[in-house]
Design a protein around this ligand. Structure first.
Ligand SMILES: [Zn+2]
Length: 401
């Protein structure tokens, strides 16, 4: 299975004294280039009445002397940032924000505040063996042709632990950690909401009435709020356990509970739109929040993950899900069915990445925490579903009834 992982490293520079002035001159050069591009925009605006996009602006400034103070990819990025700032300004104006200002010059009392410099593949070399990063200077700032800035870094490497997430309806998320912990995020908060709003919207005279529009907006705010809260909580738990990679099972259409035939996945018939939406939104929020902590998120296939026993690894026809419990006839394991799925999803990652984990006996898995995951209950104003605030209360659970 080919899984590509993009990982964010946060590192600090150890030889600051040696590289300080070099880095400072790059930040200074970026501010100067920004100002030149900003001034060019003003000039083109007064001549043509339009502000150029980043493409023409880059082409135009490419031959400017200051462009070669930085590596060309770094210079390009400065101009892209300016174009993005202009776009942000237009958008605000379009939305009626008259007080929004166009991007400013980077000058302060004759001084230039330093700008952020971005290095892409051409200007950046990571020597992971020696913990060094090589940063390119522009042609103008080089003392000789092979001149570069050599930073010694100390990377906060993400942990080696892994987590697997199974998304569903009964439990919005079941999380299984390589540390042996298991957690559940019941889906009832979302379900109660859906029912409440569907009922209220049905009561409205017209689906386009103000009341109906307000209810819809409120519903979507609350969905978002809930997904934010769950993903934030999961990432915090991952940080605490030293997780470096999270696997999320990808939806592959409708999945039915073997026993009851009840649809238990987000690909539910009548409401497929919402469920697909919730899955995508969940995955996006999780990825974004995890990235900030240097944790990678990968989506893996969830095929057969609900049918396979995570303890003995076998898929038997005799194995079944009874009242939310996965029962293995082979090794006699009894586990929460969603936790079993999450553990199988996590294992896909281990297989693919060959992450070595401290060995754990199957006895550990079946007798302990898989069977009794921690349930994170989302509590908010029970009597007033329109109250959007909520917090998680951890609850050591018995098996889901
Ligand atoms: Zn088994």
């Amino acid at each position: 299975m080919a899984i590509q992982v993009t990982r964010t490293y946060v590192a600090s520079i150890r030889n600051q004294q040696q590289v300080k002035s070099d880095l400072d001159s790059l930040g200074f050069a970026a501010s100067k280039l920004w100002n030149i591009a900003r001034w060019t925009c003003d000039r083109i605006w007064s001549e043509t009445g339009t502000i150029p996009e980043d493409g023409p602006l880059k082409a135009y400034l490419k031959t400017h002397e200051r462009y070669a103070d930085l590596n060309s990819q770094s210079s390009q990025r400065v101009i892209e940032e300016l174009a993005e700032a202009f776009k942000g300004w237009y958008a605000k104006r379009r939305n009626g924000d008259d007080r929004a200002n166009p991007p400013k010059y980077r000058k302060h009392n004759g001084d230039h505040p330093r700008s952020t410099v971005t290095f892409k593949e051409d200007g950046f070399k990571h020597d992971s063996k020696n913990n060094r990063i090589r940063l390119s200077k522009g042609r103008n700032l080089k003392e000789h042709w092979s001149d570069f800035i050599l930073c010694e870094i100390e990377a906060e490497s993400p942990g080696n632990e892994t987590a697997g997430i199974d998304l569903g309806i009964k439990n919005l998320a079941a999380v299984s950690y390589s540390t042996g912990d298991h957690e559940l995020y019941p889906g009832n908060a979302l379900k109660t909401d859906e029912r409440y709003f569907a009922k209220e919207i049905a009561k409205c005279n017209s689906s386009r009435s103000n009341k109906a529009l307000w209810l819809r907006r409120k519903r979507s705010e609350r969905r978002s709020h809930y997904l934010h809260a769950v993903t934030r909580h999961i990432v915090e738990e991952c940080v605490e356990r030293g997780v470096g990679t999270i696997a999320v099972g990808n939806l592959e259409g409708i999945r039915e509970d073997d026993e009851t035939g009840e649809v238990r996945n987000w690909g539910d018939r009548g409401n497929e739109g919402l469920h697909r939406w919730a899955f995508d939104r969940f995955t996006n929020l999780l990825t974004y929040k995890a990235k900030a902590e240097g944790i990678a998120v990968v989506v893996v296939s969830e095929r057969d993950t609900s049918k396979t026993c995570s303890c003995c690894g076998q898929k038997r026809d005799a194995n079944r899900v009874e009242r939310g419990l996965y029962v293995c006839r082979g090794c006699n394991a009894v586990m929460n069915a969603d936790s079993n799925g999450a553990e199988n999803i996590r294992c896909r990652l281990d297989q693919a990445e060959k992450v070595t984990l401290s060995p754990r006996s199957s006895e550990d898995r079946s007798s302990g925490r898989v069977a009794r995951p921690v349930v994170n209950l989302f509590r908010r104003g029970e009597h007033d579903p329109s109250c959007g605030q909520g917090t998680f209360a951890e609850q050591a659970s018995i098996c889901e009834p």
